[in-house]
Design a protein. Sequence first.
Length: 282
Amino acid sequence: MHHRAPMLAGLLAMALGATTSSVRAFDESRYPDWKGRWVRTDTGVPRYDPSKPPGPGQQAPLNAEYQSVFQASLDDLAKGGHGNDPTYTCIAPGMPRIMNNYEGAEFVITPASTHVLMEHIYDLRRIFTDGRPWPQDIYPSFAGYSIGKWIDRGGTGRYDELDIETRGFKGPRAYDSSGLPLHADSESIITERLFQDAANPDILHDEITTLDHALTRPWTAIKSYRRLAVARPVWRESICAASSPYVDIGQQGYMLSADGYLMPMKKDQPPPDLHFFKSSTK
């Protein structure tokens, strides 16, 4: 018993020493300053390629099969439906849609990983930068599994670019609210180059390329984010399911009225199957 206190003190000193050395090993001056709250620079409906209009205006290089899927989505939207957009019931948007940056983003750089924290509650990414290989088995997720590498393009001794590859997805996923689809096999591979603008460090660019079996070729776009000139940004809670009026029943989308009744989304939409409910009698 008399030896416990010195032993605990020794273990504590070793732990503090290890923590101190690991902190010292992370030389923050070698990494870019991406602190703060970043918002998208484009206006209008968030979309994969901000330089082009949404929907058909994106001119996505879809193959014939998925062009038909997309057209069916557009037709359903025209009738008042939700189309091929899975997020209307608050399913996570997944990659690459996460990087549309709907409500603001924060980048947190650590020695072994970089975290992308979106104000939109589901859009969280962990990018491993510790030199690990791809795992043999990846647990599929909407955001995917990301491995990144810091690059010193300018040869200044300070990293100025983060190159990322992401794979290991699950679906369904769409590029935007028009229902522009990714392939149902979820075998996408997405690469990115994240770097600050050479003339303005308060602008961050994401050159993103999607390889997907629904595409006839890799599809590249550049998204840009602007850092707000606020020392202490305000981050709001954003939980889609807390206010969503949409309900998905048997591959049909319905709405809840203000007084809590189920109602159709489209003209002449049939009601859901009430097989397990007894008919009401008057």
